[in-house]
Design a protein around this ligand. Structure first.
Ligand SMILES: [Ca+2]
Ligand SMILES: [Ca+2]
Length: 302
């Protein structure tokens, strides 16, 4: 999603040490001597001057604002917008035939007792079932998130020790653009929650699966096909339960935000590389994922 920079930033002057009052969606950050200085003066982009400390600065290249969301003040100090959705330029496209993203390295950091997933998806209409995310210890201990084409059901299948728990929803999610999914599980509380577009749409029990997860597949059910047909974006995993408020904040009215510093984050693939087949893990665990069989970066985001 691109950030609309055409409208002027609200006129205000913020002195160091005072809490800023922001209008619109614009916040600007300047790293300066270890502090974050927030500022905006005049009519922002329109007159292209900024007052930092009594001295006015003009951006070196206004074009940089539109292209990258940065102001370059003097070649060494940049102002970067805190609004992060401008950094979400790519997703990954799956052909529905054999494409997948392999993130097996992240299996060791996912807890079968307690956790959450968050991801964005844009699903093509398909008669067959499409897997969004799958991970397993073995066939009796695993999580399968998929859309059942024949029944038009969006389904979480969570199996522990061979006992299966499921949450099923029939909201139409095929062929109608981007959606956000979150799923949380808490074995101690025997509770799981499915969220669609920031709101809870189903609750259930939580299966207790034990053992180390060895297979983590995005857009593919390991050993079971269900190749995803469409696009997936910004997949993140957590070692705790996202609250309803956190899910709503992550959904952010449909605009992906940067989750790199979110508490509990154990895996995070943003798919922003747009080249090659390796996808960086933007959590602290650095479990690189791999595009397989033609899964490809796509300039299509929520
Ligand atoms: Ca992305
Ligand atoms: Ca392929």
């Amino acid at each position: 999603m691109s950030l609309a920079l055409g409208i002027s930033i609200s006129t205000q002057r913020i002195d160091a040490g005072l809490p800023p009052i922001f209008g619109e969606d614009f916040m600007w950050e300047l790293e300066w001597a270890g502090n974050v200085m927030l500022l905006a003066e005049g009519s922002g982009i329109d007159n292209k001057t900024w007052d930092l400390d009594g001295t006015d600065y003009a951006p070196a290249a206004v074009g940089d604002v539109e292209a990258e969301g940065y102001f370059d003040l003097d070649g060494s100090s940049d102002i970067q917008p805190l609004t992060q959705d401008i950094n979400d330029a790519y997703s990954v496209a799956f052909d529905g035939t054999d494409d997948e993203v392999n993130a097996n390295g992240a299996g060791a950091v996912i807890s079968g007792d307690l956790g959450s997933v968050s991801m964005w998806f844009k699903m093509n209409v398909a008669a067959n079932s499409l897997c969004l995310l799958y991970f397993e210890v073995d066939s009796n201990n695993r999580l399968l998130i998929y859309h059942h084409g024949g029944r038009n059901e969006f389904t979480m299948e969570h199996k522990g020790g061979g006992t299966e728990r499921a949450i099923i929803d029939t909201t139409t999610v095929e062929g109608n653009g981007w959606h956000h999914l979150a799923y949380t599980w808490d074995t101690a509380a025997d509770a799981s929650v499915l969220y669609l577009d920031g709101s809870s749409i189903g609750t259930g029990q939580a299966a207790d699966f034990t053992g180390t997860i060895s297979n983590v597949s995005i857009g593919y059910r390991y050993n079971g096909g269900m190749y995803f047909d469409g696009k997936l974006n910004d997949v993140s995993l957590y070692d705790d339960v996202l609250t309803a408020g956190e899910v709503t904040a992550i959904y952010n009215n449909g605009a992906p935000t940067d989750l790199s510093s979110h508490s509990g984050l154990v895996g995070y693939w943003k798919f922003e590389e747009n080249t090659g087949t390796s996808v960086a893990d933007s959590s602290s665990n650095s479990n690189v994922a791999t595009l397989v069989n033609g899964a490809a970066f796509a300039s299509d985001t929520p």
